[in-house]
Design a protein around this ligand. Sequence first.
Ligand code: ADP
Length: 459
Amino acid sequence: MLTVTNPADGSYVGEVPEMTVSEVRAAVDRTCDAFPAWSRKLAKERSELLRRWFELVREDKRMFAEIIVKENGKCLSDAMGEIEYGLGFIEWYAEEARRVYGDTIPTHASNAQVIVVKEPAGPTAAITPWNFPFMMITRKIATALAAGCTMIIKPSELTPLTAYKLLEYARKAGIPEGVFEMVTGNPKEIGDVFTTDSRIRKISFTGSTAVGKLLASACGKDLKKMTLELGGNAPFIVFDDASFDDAVAGLVAAKLRNSGQVCISPNRIYVQEGIHDRFVAAVTERVAKIRVDQGLQEESVVGPMINEAGLNKVAQLVEQSRNEGAKVVLGGKRHEKGGLFYEPTILTELNDDMQIAQSEIFGPVFPIYRFKTEEEVVKRANNTEYGLVAYAFTRDLGRAFRLSKGIESGMVILNTGAVGTASIPFGGIKHSGYGREGSYYGIEEYVEVKYVLMSGLDK
Ligand code: ADP
């Protein structure tokens, strides 16, 4: 068995099976065997099953949130937010299942009709991370099932309990065995089973860029389709003309979600020189009041880091920045609560050559950089191998437009720190991966386009 512990205090939360390779293969067999019947179901039938699942989970939101808090460490309000977000994907794709439309195209011959249909890609697999134990599962499986694909999921071994609870509710809703399968065990062994089984036609992965690249090269052998949502290094740019209070509030909310352990977390905060000092003071005042505590404690906003490795990475990056000349305005060390808690930290006097500028921090650290001009900051924002999201605050419409074109990333978010819901295409470019999740674009990742030419129609 794999034991799951609470990052807040190391206590036992539960356990899940540590499956052997042959057990994983058997689950893949079920996923593949279930595909023909599931793909032939009416869109309406698939939609109704997803809707039923959505309703059952919604009734027990609080119970799901508590499991998330216990295995992931995030605060209860954060967990409730994740559930709303994650439920949104089941609801959205329950609706979208009915709208996988094809095309007819004006024909090149008078006795012919060109028809384009979208067929389910086949049996699929997914591997998910620990930072959103609920939403990462719903976002992938709801899309796959709506498109007519079956899916086998390997959740993170750090947070599998939420995933298994979701599976239990899917069964209660009537989603059959094989259509939605789950496996836990050795990540590499399971990954190898998924990537080497030629019946699996698509893999969706969210996690580190390093593992994403390994999986992508393994998938190359069979030319499997992939959706890869990998690391980020999000710039968060605040211009002198921004709505100041909105920018402060947007930054703090976006940065502290899941205690900073989010791929879209603002990772390089660029503030224009006219407001830099005032902005740093306002953010500091706000962050200094934030409660750091275990997630079920009501006023808690920042919880523990997920594990020792995560904590050490954050501590090392802050220490190195300090050695390279950064100023620690707030925090800068492990929290006095001990364990895996780290103080919300604000760093200034940074430059782009420091290690922190090119690292995904994954912790409650605000690195604030100073900039002079729009041209300069766009160049600096793009100076990263990643390209997931960029945030900017400005009230100048022309500037907002130029930024939306000039910034190299899959998502550009203006004048808010909230990226969105199930209805938007989430995803990145460059080393942040490819493919989109959410919206009608998400479903395109799970279908194959088939062109049918019906000719000889005049006979
Ligand atoms: P993180 O650093 O966010 O934990 P990882 O990429 O290590 O990111 O983990 C994301 C997911 O990938 C987890 O479910 C993990 O178990 C899985 N994973 C890690 N290594 C491998 C591997 N070699 N093959 C397949 N999956 C893996």
